[in-house]
Design a binder for this molecule. Structure first.
Ligand SMILES: Nc1nc2c(ncn2[C@@H]2O[C@H](COP(=O)(O)OP(=O)(O)O)[C@@H](O)[C@H]2O)c(=O)[nH]1
Ligand SMILES: [Mg+2]
Length: 295
């Protein structure tokens, strides 16, 4: 069997999580149009009769503004070590700018095989030339052009990834989808709904922790979760007029949680304010898995 680890890196919002979802053929990772949606290093497993590929999703590499951001970037850097292949994802509409220069340095230091992936080609023109030049200049092994939304170039890239894998063992049981527990997946789904429904600074200030998952006798799964924000005004936004916002977040999240578990779910959501948790609250930072990422 061919098996191995493949890390996706790039600046925020280029489509790293979207690409992994399309490789594994289901939505394992949350995706939104907001930068820094992904905060953790998350392993997603693809298995067929001849391959097992562990895709490692990473937070976008950016200039950190607080401790959370610092942990996120560090998680991405750690995830570049000791893998079989790196997919360096670049937005076709943006090209290689300052964030990419930093990543190129990290890639050089990691000494891994690297494919350059130009994503979002459905939104851009004239990207072939600069992409080929970048490939030559930085000595990337191959360059691929993809669009997740139009499903273009994905199969070709996936085939090349499969062929690049060395002979190896089955690292995870074949039915594994991710290395993260259900509580983490639930927390991410809830956070995604918050990101989809709120704007401005709110998305960046949100942390979600699942406090309890209990299977009740009537077959219902009881899930209690707390959404943390940094300010009272943000709490007001999340709860909304007559509690409408929190209700909408809860409904959307519950439907998706029911889909992945095939169970009936009772979702109990709470909102709490923790000032400056992104900088100061090690309990929250720990609970949302930031410490695990650095191991
Ligand atoms: N038009 C277009 N949008 C895309 C494509 N791939 C991803 N996106 C969108 O870009 C945004 C960021 O995607 P995401 O996977 O979260 O990026 P990440 O931060 O790199 O993980 C989301 O709104 C996606 O739906 C693509 O190929 N074409
Ligand atoms: Mg992501």
């Amino acid at each position: 069997m061919k098996s191995g680890f493949v890390t996706l890196v790039g600046r925020p919002n280029v489509g790293k999580s979207s690409l992994i979802n399309s490789f594994v053929g289901r939505k394992v990772l949350i995706v939104t149009e907001k930068p820094q949606t992904t905060r953790n290093r998350i392993r997603c497993v693809y298995t067929d009769s001849e391959h097992q590929i562990i895709f490692i999703d990473t937070p976008g590499i950016h200039k950190p503004m607080h401790r959370l951001g610092h942990f996120m970037v560090e998680a991405a850097i750690q995830a570049m070590k000791g893998v079989d292949l790196i997919l360096f994802v670049v937005d076709a509409t943006k090209g290689l700018g300052e964030p990419e220069e930093r990543i190129v340095e990290l890639l050089r230091a990691s000494k891994n095989r690297t494919f350059l992936v130009i994503n979002k080609i459905d939104l851009a023109e004239d990207y072939h030339r600069w992409a080929e030049l970048a490939k030559e200049k930085y000595e990337f092994e191959k360059v691929f052009f993809t669009s997740v939304v139009k499903n273009e170039g994905i199969a070709e890239l996936f085939e090349a990834v499969k062929s690049a894998m060395p002979d190896g063992p089955m690292y995870f049981p074949p039915d594994t989808v991710t290395d993260r527990p259900l509580s983490f997946q639930f927390a991410e789904i809830i956070r995604e709904k918050v990101l989809l429904l709120t704007r401005d600074e709110v998305p960046h200030c949100v942390a979600v922790i699942v406090d309890e998952i209990t299977e009740r006798e009537n077959g219902v799964m009881y899930v209690a979760a707390t959404i943390y924000v940094e300010r009272d005004s943000q709490k007001g936004i999340l709860i909304g007029k007559d509690g409408r916002m929190i209700k909408q977040i809860g409904t959307l999240a519950r439907l998706e949680m029911e889909q992945i578990t095939a169970k009936k779910i009772y979702l109990d959501l709470h909102v709490k304010v923790k000032k400056n948790w992104r900088d100061k609250d090690f309990i929250i930072l720990n609970e949302i898995g930031m410490k695990d990422d650095l191991r």
